[in-house]
Design a protein around this ligand. Sequence first.
Ligand code: GLU
Length: 594
Amino acid sequence: MCGIVGYIGDKSARSILLNCLRRLEYRGYDSCGIAVAGGSLEVYKDAVRVEELARVAPQLDGTAGIGHTRWATHGEPSPVNAHPHIDCSGKIAVVHNGVINNYQKLNRQLTAEGHSFVSETDTEVISHLIEKYYGGSLERAVEAALGEVDGSYAIIAVMAGDPELVVARKDSPLVIGVSDRENFIASDVPALLDYTNRVIYLEEGDIGVVTKDNIKIRRCGKEVVGQEHKVLWRVEDAQKGGYEHFMLKEIHEQPKVIRDTLGEYISAAEPEARLAMVTEADLEGMLIVACGTSYHAALAGKYILDEVVGIPVVVELAGEFAYFNQISAKTGAIVITQSGETADALKAMKRLKEVGCRVVAITNVVGSTASRLADQTVYTRAGPEISVAATKSFTVQLMVLYWLALSCSSVDIRRVDSLTMGLRQLPGKVQQVLDNEDKIKEYADYLSKCEDVFFIGRGINFPVALEGALKLKEISYIHAEGYAAGELKHGPFALLGANTPVVAIVAQDSAYEAMLTNIKEIKAKGSPLIALADEGDEVVKELADSVITVPRVDPIFSPVVNTVALQLLAYYTAKQRDCPIDFPRNLAKSVTVE
Ligand code: GLU
């Protein structure tokens, strides 16, 4: 996965490309490069971060160009493997996000035809194919080149002496930023917010030609007018706003984004709105498919829907979904993906559609591939999430699931009213967790010295244990495991001891007594025990070595306050260990390969 950008207008392309690339580093950052086209083509690339490239890159004159920040899939990060990739004549340059499956075969063919390759990437075949097919029109050459290619791509091609950028996409996102006498291209909207809020999302298979005054898009061979969308995100939303890391900023944005998401949907919890998202057939049972943090939100959704609606819910990992044969066309399916571009989630979605399921997407990105594939899309209102570790997107996914559950609830009206009231109070409750930040920091100091940590929970806090462990491992590199509390005795007990702390997530629900028993068992094994418990829970205070208190909420909402506390715990632990929190090693924000 990587980020690609393009600019064409009256201004110098160099600084605009570098600025846009900076905003895409969350998609990958092992190397980067730019190509600027004037009368000739000038390329500068290296295995460095964008900041460094901006410092050392020469002036590169020209008002059209392309850029790339890479997360290598084929060929190690190196100056020669960095994009843009050029053809033999040195006149055509290409940036690519995706994977070309048949690149070895194409490489052999093109080599036999006289092309010489310099990199180990799959991408380089594209620039040579364009060269091969070029007969006066860059657009036609790109189209012919892509006809040979099997794989996923978002590409931008540029040619010396030709004032146009040619764009195309298949299974990787690409958006055109529209402005006056200049146009932009990027993998994702945050890259464009400094320049424009008018965007056109390219669709699967589109090929476009972008000049400074014109955007031409061809879809299935026919010219179409790309629908322009107005992006409501502000440029500050994609900046750090005084916080040391995007992750901390995004954790702190949670009261606001919860409010924004609820504001969008909570008044819609009326019978008519219910049927907009859920059909009567769905009430027989539901399937939720997701990956990573979204999968944990989906698991929490299972408990929420089970309790509030009283329907059986099956939750599957999107990456495993391909291996199940028995999918009922009658099943209502929800696919959760923050970016709307997660390859595994999209693949699952396509399969669900093929068998005739009605698919609802829950996503944060308007116009994303998921939103276009789904029968219906429910947007979370998290704003751009830049930090690789998902935080605010998780809590707003939960908000949508609460709303969904409430809007088709089978519990009595008094319970619905009290849950609705509880939801409205959540921004304030989350703020209280954030206000307790200094206390949480103290526990992080301790955890930062550990190498193995277990997180345990029961019922609706089991997914919270999984999410707490995921947050800790991905940003602090401490080995962490999330477990259903009752499962520890089926194996992991063997690992407990003085150097293996356990974080126990305790809510005042039907799992409470069993959690107390588990805590006692763990203490007996000599593991230090940190409990996450409601304020005023004196019993847990007695039993645990230390307690992080969270405000009291209806237990069904406990995943929200508990997860926010665990996000802070992971953040400060990683900070203490001096980790690159926003860009953890080997990870990228939206996972566009299977
Ligand atoms: N496959 C290309 C490379 O390795 C692009 C990387 C990507 O988009 O993830 O250079």
